[in-house]
Design a binder for this molecule. Structure first.
Ligand code: PTJ
Length: 257
C-alpha cells in the first residue's frame, strides 16, 4: 500500500520541512536543478545556525534593499529554479510592489525546458512579461564564463539595480564591475555573493521577501528620496555579515554551555 506522507502543522520544524517538500517537488516537476537540492541543504544548515528567524541585521539590510529598489530607475529581479520553487508567489508580489521593476529568468544549470517551466510557474501568479527567455535578446556579461553570463539586453544588462537571490558567486562581481547595484538574499554570510554584493540580506528567502515588501510599502508611504539615500549610505554590508557570523557563534555557545 502506498502511504502519502503528510507533515503535521504542529511539527516544530513544519516551515522548514514544507520548504524541503517544495524543493523536492520543484525538482520532480522540472523547476529545480538536481544541484539545487544541495544548495538548499547548505542554506538549511546556515538557517539552523541563525535560529531560523530574521535576525536584526537582516531586517536592517532589508530596509536598505527596499530603499535601493525604490530609488532605482530600473530594478530587475533575477529568478532561478530554487527561487521559483520556494516562493514564486512572493517574488511576483515583490515585483508588483515596485512599479518600475521587471523579472528575468537566469539559470546557472540552464535548460530550455526548465526555463519554460519557471516561466509557467510565474505566470500562475499573473506575471506575463518576463525577460531572459528570448534567445535573440540575450547578450553577454563581460568577463564571465558561466551560463549566467547570458542576460537579457532589455533586462539585467540595462538595469541599474539587480536583485540576485540565492546566487552562485562570480556574476555578482561582474555585474558590479558594470556599475550596477547588487542586492542578494543568502543564508551563507561568507559566500562570495554575500561578500561582493552591495546589500546582503542574510536570511531565508521565504522570510526575507515579506520583510522587503513590508519595508517597500512603508517607505512608499512615509519616506522622501533624501531619507532613502541616507538609509542606503549608512548601510554597512560588511558589518551585517559580521553580525550574522556573531549570531551564529552565539547560538553555538548557548547550545554548548
Ligand atoms: O536554478 P539554477 O540553475 O540557476 O541554480 C540555482 C542554484 C541555487 C542551484 C545555483 O545558483 C547554485 O548552485 O547556488 P549556490 O552556489 O549553491 O549558492 C546558493 C546560495 O544560496 C548558498 O550560499 C546557500 O547557502 C544559499 N541558500 C540556499 N537556500 C536558501 C539560501 N539562501 C536563502 N534562502 C534559502 N532558502
Amino acid at each position: 500500500m502506498k502511504r502519502e506522507i503528510t507533515i503535521p502543522t504542529s511539527h516544530p520544524r513544519f516551515v522548514s520541512l514544507m520548504s524541503r517538500k517544495k524543493i523536492v517537488e520543484g525538482y520532480k516537476n522540472g523547476l529545480v536543478a538536481l544541484e539545487g537540492l544541495i544548495a538548499h541543504g547548505r542554506g538549511e544548515c546556515f538557517d539552523y545556525l541563525i535560529g531560523e528567524h530574521s535576525i536584526e541585521s537582516a531586517r536592517s539590510a532589508a530596509d536598505a534593499a527596499a530603499a535601493q529598489m525604490l530609488i532605482s530607475s530600473y530594478p530587475i529581479i533575477s529568478v532561478n529554479g530554487n527561487v521559483a520553487a520556494l516562493c514564486s508567489d512572493l517574488i511576483c508580489a515583490l515585483h508588483r510592489s515596485i512599479k518600475k521593476s521587471m523579472l528575468e529568468i537566469n539559470l546557472f544549470y540552464y535548460s530550455k525546458d526548465r526555463e519554460s517551466k519557471i516561466y509557467s510557474e510565474l505566470a500562475k501568479y499573473g506575471v506575463s512579461e518576463v525577460f531572459g527567455t528570448n534567445p535573440e535578446n540575450l547578450v553577454k556579461i563581460p568577463e564571465l564564463e558561466s551560463n549566467r553570463r547570458l542576460v537579457d539586453g532589455d533586462g539585467i544588462f540595462r538595469a541599474d539595480t539587480v536583485f540576485v537571490p540565492l546566487e552562485d558567486g562570480d556574476r555578482t562581481l561582474a555585474l558590479r564591475k558594470m556599475n550596477k547595484k547588487i542586492i542578494t538574499v543568502d543564508l551563507n554570510p561568507i559566500s562570495r555573493t554575500s561578500m561582493t554584493a552591495d546589500i546582503t540580506i542574510v536570511d531565508n528567502i521565504i522570510r526575507a521577501i515579506p520583510l522587503l515588501i513590508d519595508r517597500i510599502q512603508y517607505h512608499q508611504k512615509n519616506s522622501t528620496e533624501r531619507e532613502l539615500q541616507r538609509i542606503i549610505k549608512s548601510h554597512d554590508n560588511k558589518k551585517g555579515l559580521q553580525d550574522a557570523l556573531l549570531t551564529m557563534n552565539k547560538v553555538r555557545e548557548n547550545i554548548i554551555q
